[in-house]
Design a protein around this ligand. Structure first.
Ligand SMILES: [Zn+2]
Ligand SMILES: [Zn+2]
Length: 341
């Protein structure tokens, strides 16, 4: 079978790999689609993401959907052939965060295709993948595998909006209109936001944001853009650059909430800390997700408009060009690899 392995910075390979055997408690999944995530692109271009560095070859991919093939000993679940999405996180279940219902920040979690721990957790960009059977989620009626491939990034977006508190009737600012920013727009609308304003440098990215419910879009590099709001109730930073955080802190109302979702550059990032003080801004982080994965599948089933965010489906053999396309936000939003399974 073919798999998509990162061997180091800039060294992405499509390799012939042995088909895994499902171990105790595991299911074997025939992967159909794998979404290329910003973090996959970071491993490819920079050899790491955030503060996590690549230290050994790793199968990439954590946005994976397919059909069940078989089960290992002691595992059970939906019948073989059932279409499923794979929840990529396996929290430890015993740490204080797991006990306190914050499994997404578990201190010993295993996350598909992540170098956060060593040995790295191998990912799902392969034609067959063995994962804990309890990580599988059957797709709701009416949801096909292609749109379901957005379940993981949409879960991230839903979690960020949840971290913002009640957004019903609120004006929400989203900085960054990449796939995650666009999904935050959809998540905020679904949570009852009255208005969503989105900023980005690229007109093409802003078009994707409009397609999923952004009411106002702003060119981030144009201070004269008529779309800049005076003030917003909530801001979600989804660009991962310090300038985005700066815009959020400047535009959120006094006592408002800013959620940092985008992964900032490694190390120290300067920010306007005194605004946090003098305006009593709630500055919160949002990392991955937990039960939002089930909510994401339901929302995807109900929102065919989200299809607009899947901008290309590329055969796994052409993984490198798929990554180049995904990295070029002037030409793409979410790019899926097709493993044919
Ligand atoms: Zn992702
Ligand atoms: Zn834990």
């Amino acid at each position: 079978m073919l798999g998509c392995v990162i061997r180091g910075q800039g060294d992405l390979r499509v390799e012939e790999l042995p088909v895994p055997e499902p171990a105790l408690g595991q299911a074997l999944v025939a992967v159909r689609y794998g979404g290329v995530c910003g973090s996959d692109l970071h491993y490819w271009r920079h050899g790491g993401v955030g503060d996590f560095r690549l230290r050994e070859p790793m199968l990439l991919g954590h946005e994976v959907v397919g059909t069940i093939v078989s089960y290992g000993a002691g595992a059970r679940g939906p019948a073989p052939g059932t279409p499923v999405a794979v929840h990529p996180a396996t929290p430890c279940g015993v740490c204080p965060e797991c006990a306190g219902e914050r499994r997404n920040v578990c201190r010993d979690t295993r996350y598909l295709g992540s170098a956060a721990r060593f040995p790295h957790v191998q990912g799902g960009f392969a034609a067959r993948v063995a994962v804990p059977a309890e990580q599988l989620r059957p797709l709701p009626d009416g949801l096909g595998l292609r749109r379901a491939a957005l379940a993981e990034p949409l879960s991230v977006a839903l979690h960020a909006v949840r971290r913002a508190g009640d957004v019903t009737g609120r004006h929400v600012l989203v900085t960054g209109a990449g796939p995650i920013g666009c999904l935050v727009v959809a998540a905020a609308r679904a949570a009852g936001a009255a208005r969503v304003t989105v900023t980005d440098l690229l007109p093409r990215a802003l078009e994707y944001a409009c397609a999923v419910g952004a009411g106002t879009v702003v060119r981030a590099d144009d201070p004269e853009d008529a779309g800049w709001p005076q003030e917003v109730d909530v801001a979600v930073e989804a660009s991962g650059v310090a300038a985005g955080l700066g815009a959020c802190l400047r535009l959120v109302r006094r006592g408002g909430t800013v959620v940092q979702l985008g992964m900032l550059p490694p190390g120290q990032v300067p920010f306007a800390g005194n605004l946090v003080v003098s305006r009593e801004i709630e500055l919160r982080g949002a990392f991955r997700f937990d039960t939002e994965f089930n909510d994401a599948l339901r929302l995807l089933a109900a929102e065919p408009a989200l299809d607009a965010l899947v901008s290309a489906v590329v055969p796994v053999r052409e993984a490198e060009s798929a990554f180049a396309l995904a990295a070029d936000r002037g030409r793409s939003c979410k790019v899926l690899l097709d493993f044919g399974g």
